[in-house]
Every structure is written in C-alpha cells, then in structure tokens.
Design a binder for this molecule. Structure first.
Ligand SMILES: [Zn+2]
Length: 431
C-alpha cells in the first residue's frame, strides 16, 4: 500500500499509544512520508516542518488505527445460514465486499484479518486495497473455510445437490484436510480458517458443545499449513475443541468460549491470542426474539455469552492476549457496528478502555504478524492513526460514531473522518 509524501502535525489531544501505557496529555504526533516521526509530549517535540499540514485534535484522543481481528468482508445481512453462501452470485458478493471494506475504514479500522470469505474474494480484495483501487483496511486474507462433513458449516441437505464450495471445503479425514489446505495455498490465502466445534446457531446436531473436526484432521491441517507458511485459526467453543486446537498448534483461537484450567494453561504456555467476538452473542440474545430466532438458539447464545466473557476475563487477568473482532455482517449485527465490540468489553466484560484499545490495536497487529509495522503510535511505525473528538478513557463508545472521527489516517493519508474530502458510505446499503 502506498504511503503519503509530506509532513503532518497532530496536536491538542491526549495520546493513547496502543501499548497499554497511560495516556500522554497534550501530545504531539509528527508524521513524515507516511510514518510516525515523533509521538509524545508537546514539550520536547522536535519542530514540525513549516510546510506540515496541521490536525487539531480538539482536546480529544490520538490513537492507533483499529484492527478488526475477525472480519468477514463477504457477509452482509445474513439472517439465515443460506444467506452465507447461495443467495447471490460471486460478482455481486465481490461488490458488496468492497463496500464493506470502505465502510470498515470509515469506521476507523485501518487493518483487518479475515475470518473467512466466500470464494476467494478477500484475497483479491486485499490486492485491490493494496493497489489503491478500493479503500479498505490492510487485509489478511483467509479465503474459504474448512469444516468436517456433517459439521456446523455443512448445512445443505444432500437432496439439494448443492455443495458448500463457495464458502467451505468439507473434509473427511486428515488426507482431505491436507488436500483442502493445498487448495488454499494455491488460492493465495495467509490464514486457514477451520471449524473444530459447533455453535449455538445449530442446536440439533452441531451445538456449541459438539466437535466438527477430529484432532487428526486439525493436526494435518496445521502441519500442511505451517509447511507452506500459512497460519491456522478455528471456531472453537467446546472445551475439547479448544484443547485440540492448542495441542495441534493453532496460531490463534476464535471465540475460545468454554475454557477449563488445562485450556488456559495451554493457551498461556503458547501465548496464543484469542478473539472472543462477544458483541455478536449479546446482539443475538437481545434481538433474537424480534427476528424469530428459536428459543433453543437464544439460550445457547446466552450460555456462550457468559462462558465467553468469563474466559476472556481469565485470559487477560492471567496475562494472555485478546484480539477484538466481531463476526459483523449478520442482520442483527451489521457491518459498521464494529466498535460496539470495544464498548461491550468495557461495559459488560469489565476491561478498562486502555486495555480494550490495546487489544484492538497492538494485539490486533500482532495477530496479523505485523506488530512491527503498525498497531501502536510509536516512532518508525506506519502512520495508521485515528483522531477522535472524545476522551476515550471516559467515553469509549465515541468510537462507534463515525461523525466523531476528525481523521482516519492510513499510511499518512487522511482516508476518512471530518477532514477527509470523501463522503460517508451509507451503512444501510451494505447491511
Ligand atoms: Zn466468524
């Protein structure tokens, strides 16, 4: 991705640098040619280039661009399982996905890791974003997902004679697991997304306490993926599925819902980041009745919400790492609501705003394997920076409102916010 030429000086705001350090009041951030040249107190800042553009933070907050660590660019307005896969052709889904990435950038997300995509759209979307054709977060692509036959993602009954080729590679046994990863290697993905366990969404045969892949399958996937320098993650709710994933060598754990002591120990030993994605569960419980969600599903989401919140608290308390991402793209949890995850972690799970910002910035960049490049506001890093007109230590929910962004900077370019010349995307169009 291109970086900007020239200098920018951001001042008159507090700096939250993303490392978890206490905010620096009255800070200055200097940007030169798309990178951070200084970040710290105004007193002691080197003089800015006289030609520098100035951004007034208006007494608000300067922080790193946010990282969506579980992003589905091809999901939109998903109300039923079928909507994930067979509702529209790949051409239209590609256009919608491009609208979703623009929206994410406008919402302050300068980077995102895909949690799975229809066809191979996110791989090509990443190329288009990197080339500057389409605005969006710096992406890590996952392409299609892997699940065992008969598991959570294998919902089409056989009489329909429709496979799941668009979204999921269905496997039986380690050999088919290897074959699926090899297909993804050729597709050009960076992450292999798998389904070790079921979910509350499928209460009859694949609920949140069931397994959808065997350890042997997961191990084969990891061996093959790591050999080709891909990383592996998985949808893990059931306790045994989390253990299997950690023992098989997964690089991150999605959800990590029902953790016992052994899970926690394994997770900490390996320093494996976990991405809980809890706002989705909360929205499912809250809005389930009005959209006709069966009671068994709502009950399952409630159990998942409580289990997931407890696991997240224990991980952070024990010194583990959490990423913020939220499975947005469902009818009741739409794209554009990304930062609700952050507010939720403060109001419900009990994290401090500084902790949650660290999870959503520094840890997010580390999950992407790009912690040296961005994720904090520190000298030498890419200038992926947000300027928000609020004190985020007191009002984290300001991040939910795009009108509060003075600037969304990516590689030194002001891509969105009030100082950007482009207009906002109508979020309702891409829901
Ligand atoms: Zn997901």
């Amino acid at each position: 991705m291109q970086t900007a030429f020239g200098s920018t000086r951001i001042h008159k705001g507090q700096l939250i640098d993303g490392t978890g350090a206490v905010p620096v009041p009255n800070a200055v951030v200097l940007v030169k040619d798309g990178r951070i040249a200084y970040a710290g107190p105004a007193q002691g800042a080197p003089p800015a280039d006289p030609a520098a553009q100035t951004i007034d933070a208006q007494g608000g907050t300067i922080l790193p661009g946010l990282v969506e660590a579980h992003y589905h660019p091809t999901y939109f307005n998903v109300a039923a399982l079928e909507d994930l896969d067979i509702k529209y052709p790949v051409e239209y889904v590609s256009l919608l996905a491009a609208a979703n990435t623009r929206l994410a950038l406008e919402c302050g997300y300068t980077a995102a890791r895909s949690g799975g995509s229809l066809f191979n759209i996110d791989v090509w979307l990443k190329k288009a974003i990197e080339a500057g054709l389409v605005p969006g977060p710096r992406l890590a692509a996952s392409g299609r997902e892997i699940c065992g036959v008969g598991g959570l993602m294998d919902w089409n009954p056989d009489f329909r004679k429709i496979g799941m080729e668009g979204l999921v590679l269905l496997i039986n046994g380690p050999d088919e697991g290897r074959a699926a990863v090899r297909a993804l290697v050729k597709d050009g993905v960076e992450w292999v997304k798998t389904y070790p366990t079921g979910d509350a969404a499928a209460p009859d045969t694949n609920d949140h306490h069931t397994l959808c892949m065997t350890f042997a399958e997961m191990h084969a996937v990891v061996q093959t993926a790591h050999n080709h320098r891909l990383k592996v993650t998985g949808h893990c709710r059931a306790t045994e599925g989390i253990k299997n994933a950690l023992k098989a060598g997964y690089d991150t754990i999605e959800h990590g819902t029902f953790m016992d002591e052994e899970c926690l120990e394994l997770l900490l030993q390996r320093n494996t980041p976990m991405i809980p994605a809890l706002q989705f569960e909360y929205a499912s419980v809250k809005r389930g009745p009005e959209i006709g969600m069966p009671q068994a599903v709502i009950d399952g989401h409630q159990e998942t919400l409580e289990g997931g919140a407890e696991s997240a608290r224990r991980i952070l308390k024990a010194g583990g790492r959490l990423g913020m991402g939220g499975d947005y793209g469902f009818a009741w949890n739409p794209h554009g609501d990304y930062a609700k995850e952050l507010s939720f972690f403060v109001s419900y799970v009990g994290l401090s705003p500084l902790e949650v910002i660290k999870c959503a910035t520094q840890t997010g960049a580390q999950i992407m394997g790009r912690g040296e490049e961005f994720g904090t506001v520190e000298k030498g890093k890419l200038a992926d920076i947000l300027v928000v007109d609020a004190d985020l230590t007191k009002e984290i929910s300001a991040l939910e409102d795009r009108r509060r962004f003075i600037a969304v900077m990516q590689g030194g370019f002001i891509r969105a916010g009030r100082l950007a010349t482009a207009t906002f995307t109508d979020a309702s169009l891409v829901r």
